[in-house]
Design a protein around this ligand. Structure first.
Ligand code: ZN
Length: 202
């Protein structure tokens, strides 16, 4: 993993996005805090920790302590979302709110005062390598328009899932400014070229 992180750094990525899956909120299980702690030692890039877990309120503090810089919690998880976002801020970390493809984006609007970023899932969470859902661009567009018109012009809008040069450019046109790429980068024959192209769309 250290070698792959080095490869990302050499390719010029800005953040490392770390997907946490608990086997409940999504079927899969991925990594926990011990691996995050190891990742933290490998890089000085900000660690963007996407908690696909049922109870982020019980987990956020552990991930903060293990080295997360940004903590994304899901609107669909089972906790008091507002309280959890506030707690993340209080821990000195950047709070972010993630929404699954079937969740109306309007449900995120009440939380914009409490978070610095909204993560729009552009695939169903839980598995890598899925195709980008084009309807999600409508959500990104609506969110950017709402944020601009309601006093949140600096809101980061992140898209996660199925991002490549084409979908990345579409997402950017719709108003996204943070692109998460997994398969699109790691399986590219030239990671740097893909990263440069993705950043060129921003
Ligand atoms: Zn993610």
């Amino acid at each position: 993993m250290a070698e792959e992180i080095r490869r990302c750094e050499d390719a010029g990525v800005d953040w490392i996005h770390y997907d946490v899956m608990d086997g409940h909120f999504v079927e899969q299980i991925s990594y926990g805090t011990p691996i995050l702690r190891s990742v933290k030692k490998c890089t000085s890039r900000p660690l963007d920790v996407h908690l696909m877990v049922e109870r982020p309120d019980q987990q956020a503090e552990y991930f903060a302590e293990a080295g997360a810089d940004i903590i994304d919690i899901h609107l669909e998880s089972s906790c008091d979302i507002g309280a959890c976002l506030k707690r993340i801020r209080k821990l000195g970390k950047t709070p972010a709110l993630a929404v699954k493809p079937n969740t109306p984006i309007e449900d995120a609007y009440p939380y914009l005062p409490l978070c610095d970023m909204v993560l729009v899932m552009t695939v169903e969470p839980g598995y890598g390598g899925q195709g980008f859902i084009p309807d999600m661009l409508t959500k990104v567009r609506a969110l950017r328009e709402y944020a601009d018109n309601n006093g949140f012009p600096s809101l980061n809008i992140q898209v996660d899932g199925g991002i490549n040069e084409n979908t990345g450019a579409d997402a950017k046109r719709a108003g996204a400014n943070v692109l998460v790429a997994g398969t699109g980068l790691f399986y590219a024959s030239d990671m740097k070229a893909v990263n440069t192209a993705l950043k060129g769309t921003l």
